[in-house]
Design a binder for this molecule. Structure first.
Ligand code: UTP
Length: 291
């Protein structure tokens, strides 16, 4: 079984749900507490043993490359001023030379198309795919748990969460087969089914381990929902040929691509931070009393 060494981060979307904030700034660079959203997602991948980070970028996304690069003047200044703690923290978050690759999607034709753009960089091996606007908080992290499941089962692995059965029409839903490690074998996948047609309440939440055969399917994948090339449509075709497993993720998920999820992420992660918690908690209590 091939190890999962590479992760793809599709960061070429337009972020229309978060305009005007995302007009000039990529949504992945919006700050949650003290770091950009993308840093949380890259850290989750690194914890899972990922060695190479592939970003599918687009126009206006150079801030992401700068964020993961060495900031020579800044590092020198911090060092001269004796700010070694923050300097070490910055360095520890930064990928090593050669660990990152960037490619451009050129036209945002959909998530499936963005993933296909990474085909040459991924090559002929299974890879992780992380939606870079979703922050997942759990111990161990979601992708690490998925890799553990993958090491038991092989095949393709999707992280799933349980939704309210009345809300299946918002998600990609999977059918539940026999139990497997921390999840189950996937029997079917349905995009946004009505509650009465949903095979289960488990929805695909934005973390994937996929076999490289997905690329040849994406190559000729027709446009689907929203006029975009959808990864789910290609996964459905791959499912006819290869097994898929679900890892049942139990942790917090924040969709930072929307203002609501982003605000919730900031509140939740500020309350988790020991230094911020006391003041933030009392400030919120005051606000709520006045509301
Ligand atoms: P989303 O649909 O959440 O992102 O796609 P979006 O299109 O940027 O956002 P809205 O809906 O307009 O607000 C999921 C992920 O896929 C990437 C996005 O950057 C996001 O992280 N994506 C989407 C691409 O890289 N390319 C695309 O063509 C579409």
């Amino acid at each position: 079984m091939k190890k999962i060494r590479k992760a793809v981060f599709p960061v070429a979307g337009l972020g229309t749900r978060f305009l005007p904030a995302t007009k000039a700034l990529p949504k992945e660079m919006l700050t949650v507490v003290d770091r950009p959203v993308i840093q949380y997602v890259v850290d989750e991948a690194r914890e899972a043993g990922i060695e190479h980070f592939i970003f599918v970028t687009g126009r206006n996304k150079t801030a992401i490359e700068d964020h993961f690069d060495v900031a020579v003047e800044l590092y020198d200044t911090l060092s001269r001023r004796g700010k070694n703690e923050i300097l070490e923290r910055l360095k520890s978050m930064q990928p090593q030379p050669g660990e990152t690759s960037y490619t451009r999607q050129q036209v945002p034709l959909g998530l499936g198309h963005a993933v296909w753009c990474a085909r040459e960089l991924v090559g002929n091996e299974p890879f992780a795919l992380l939606l870079p606007d979703m922050i997942m908080q759990s111990e161990p992290g979601c992708m690490k748990q998925m890799v553990e499941l993958y090491e038991e089962t092989g095949g393709n692995v999707l992280a799933v969460e349980e939704c309210d059965p009345s809300e299946t029409h918002k998600y990609g839903i999977v059918g539940r087969g026999r139990d497997a490690h921390t999840g189950f074998e996937i029997t079917s996948m349905v995009e946004k089914p009505k509650p009465e047609d949903a095979p289960s309440p488990f929805y695909i939440n934005g973390r994937y381990i996929l076999q490289p055969e997905i690329f040849s399917l994406l190559e000729n994948q027709e446009t689907g929902a929203g006029g975009e090339i959808q990864i789910t449509d290609a996964m459905l075709r791959l499912h006819a040929e290869q097994p898929f497993y679900a890892h049942i993720y139990r942790g917090s998920t924040f969709d930072c691509g929307s203002p609501e999820g982003f605000i919730k992420a900031n509140i939740a992660l500020a309350l988790k931070d020991e230094t911020l918690r006391p003041n933030v908690a009392s400030f919120m209590q005051d606000l709520l009393q006045k509301a």
